[in-house]
Design a protein around this ligand. Structure first.
Ligand code: NCD
Ligand code: ZN
Length: 345
């Protein structure tokens, strides 16, 4: 058993970097671990225009420590009123790598999201025509649907019909959490891929609810039953090119999580690779880690693979109980645990 692994530098195909002082505090963690990242547009004032995305990209670049190579890949937040011409222009000019579909009110800062996919039909047709990828938060928001069923119902009611109507649309089914999603992605065409987070590979819903309510294990889509976690571990480590790394690192201040109405989101950026690699190690699939972390994502997006290499070794790392992000205290995923692998710098 080898004590080191050297792979192409990975990318993160789904991250929340926030803005202002928190951005200043958290960007370094993602940039240290990843060469590129698909940056989510759900700021308090969502990124819905080419100008807003270009300006946000500048703010991100200003937050990256000197000497660290990192490229933010921007996304456009779709609303009921997105103009297909604006989308196409942003994509052509290299500002929008993809567009993001948040069903209205599905998650943090999604109030301006799409209330019915029929309302963005023109935008989606244009994206299919120009090969622009669609990132999807796959949960319905109907009050009568149980929160643990929202991903499955989204597949049946939204995703499956959408892909029947626009079979060429490139779709990333993001942060999947169920065996239903795995079955759907496996059975779909090559134009459908999925990201998987470290938390959904490590924890099931017991981690959130047994022995007291644990707000730092709460994110959306919410962690499901054990059989779903096992299906995700199998998919991630299967070697299928459809699955790739997307952390969904979503920092919130400690007090915003530890609250009577705690925010959804897990901050996993500081030790994301260590966390993922532990799963691949446990599954006896270390040889498949590079595909998941560094190859499947760029191939799906049609982008070049990174040429730089990184090394992780088995020296282990203790995850701190709290991280100071530009003056905001944030509790990271795996707080207080020791992870077996360490990224060498
Ligand atoms: C994300 C956030 O906080 O922005 N939260 C989360 O639980 N994942 C939003 C999202 O991706 O759903
Ligand atoms: Zn997210």
């Amino acid at each position: 058993m080898s004590d080191t692994i050297t792979i192409r530098r990975p990318d993160d195909w789904h991250v929340h970097l926030r803005d202002g002082e928190v951005l200043q505090g958290v960007a370094q963690f993602t940039a240290r671990q990843f060469a590129r990242a698909i940056v989510m547009p759900n700021l308090a004032s969502p990124v819905t225009s080419v100008d807003a995305a270009a300006a946000y990209r500048e703010r991100i670049m200003a937050a990256i420590p000197a000497g660290v190579e990192f490229t933010p890949l921007m996304t456009c937040y779709l609303t009921d009123h997105t103009d297909p011409d604006e989308l196409e222009r942003g994509h052509r000019e290299g500002v929008f790598t993809a567009a993001k579909l948040y069903p209205a009110n599905a998650t943090t800062n999604s109030a301006h999201g799409v209330s019915d996919v029929a309302n963005i039909r023109d935008a989606l047709e244009r994206m299919a025509a120009i090969g622009m990828p669609l990132c999807v938060h796959g949960e319905v928001t109907d009050a009568e649907i149980d929160v643990f069923d929202r991903e499955k119902v989204f597949i049946d009611r939204v995703l499956e019909p959408l892909l029947r109507e626009l079979p060429g649309l490139k779709v990333i089914f993001e942060h999947i959490t169920t065996e239903d999603a795995v079955r759907f992605v496996d059975g779909a065409g090559d134009n459908v891929g999925a990201t998987i987070t470290p938390q959904h590979l490590h924890i099931n819903r017991n981690a959130m609810l047994v022995g007291g309510i644990r707000p730092h294990a709460y994110c959306l889509p919410v962690a499901k039953r054990e059989r779903h976690r096992l299906a995700l571990r199998k998919a991630a480590t299967s070697g299928s090119a459809k699955y790739f790394l997307g952390t969904d690192s979503a920092p919130h201040a400690r007090e915003a999580k530890e609250s009577a109405c705690g925010c959804a989101g897990i901050f996993n950026a500081p030790y994301a690779l260590e966390s993922y690699l532990q799963v691949f190690d446990e599954e006896g699939a270390i040889d498949r880690f590079e595909g998941f972390a560094s190859e499947n994502g760029p191939r799906f997006y049609g982008l070049p693979l990174n040429e730089a290499r990184i090394t992780l070794d088995r020296s282990g790392v203790e995850v701190p109980g709290e991280i100071d992000a530009g003056g905001t205290a944030i509790v990271p995923f795996h707080a207080g645990e020791t992870l077996r692998w360490t990224l060498r710098l």
